[in-house]
Ligand binder design. Structure first.
Ligand code: CTP
Length: 212
């Protein structure tokens, strides 16, 4: 099948530590990324999964690299990118990190009213710049408004071939849920709605669409 083809996937949240006991993150469970990795394995790809902190079992036969923060995820994704045929950036990356991580626990009274943040690298945008002919680059978009417009803007700005958009304002879908509803947009103008389904079925449908 696809034995000699490599599929690189990121999954889960990133965690950006404020001090030794607190971090900035998001509720991503990693289920969608792990479902995509399983589907890629079923299709015979050699799969590399770059995973943020999740409570999911490691998938047998998939080379999994665990990372914690956005900079570590960027490094792993970049290291594996050039040799990958299909790259799917499914992780929910924290856009910012605390400027300085304090060691120990900041005491209640000293906890600043605001935390100084710096922007994290946009990993996917960086991968889009490195993309070579023949590589298929897929991103995700978590949107709460102006759904299609925002997703299509990311598709262009990050030099993607496809973007999978989910409506995060719908509490029955997305983050943490076993189900999702996805709208796929391609750089060549295709638009496909994948109706609400378990994430493993969506993963199958996403592969069917992006490989058509
Ligand atoms: N992404 C990334 N690095 C970041 C932020 C996002 O690689 N620092 C990737 C995500 O993995 C996803 C895509 O970019 O594939 C879109 O992420 P999303 O959170 O929807 O959008 P942002 O680019 O962060 O923009 P905004 O927060 O303004 O919606």
């Amino acid at each position: 099948m696809n034995k000699n083809l490599k599929c690189l996937i990121s999954a889960g949240p990133t965690r950006e530590w404020v001090d030794s006991v607190r971090f900035i993150s998001n509720p991503s469970s990693g289920k969608m990324g792990y479902a995509l990795a399983s589907e890629a394995k079923k299709r015979g790809y050699s799969v590399v999964l770059v995973s943020g902190p999740v409570r999911l079992d490691k998938i047998e036969g998939i080379s999994t690299h665990f990372v914690e923060n956005a900079k570590e995820m960027e490094l792993e994704m970049t290291n594996h990118f050039d040799s990958a045929n299909i790259i799917i950036m499914c992780a929910a990356v924290s856009d910012h990190r605390p400027k300085n991580k304090k060691s120990g626990k900041i005491k209640k009274n000293d906890f600043a009213k605001s935390i100084d943040l710096v922007e994290n690298p946009d990993i996917l945008k960086g991968l889009g710049k490195r993309k070579k002919k023949g590589q298929l680059l897929v991103g995700f978009a978590a949107e709460a408004e102006n759904f299609a417009q925002n997703a299509k803007q990311k598709l262009i700005q990050k030099n993607l071939d496809w973007i999978a958009m989910n409506d995060i304002s719908n509490p029955s879908h997305g983050f943490g849920s076993d189900h999702n509803e996805i709208f796929l947009y391609s750089s060549t103008g295709e638009e496909v709605k994948l109706k609400s389904a378990p994430k493993n079925l969506l993963a199958k449908q996403i592969f069917e669409e992006i490989l058509k």
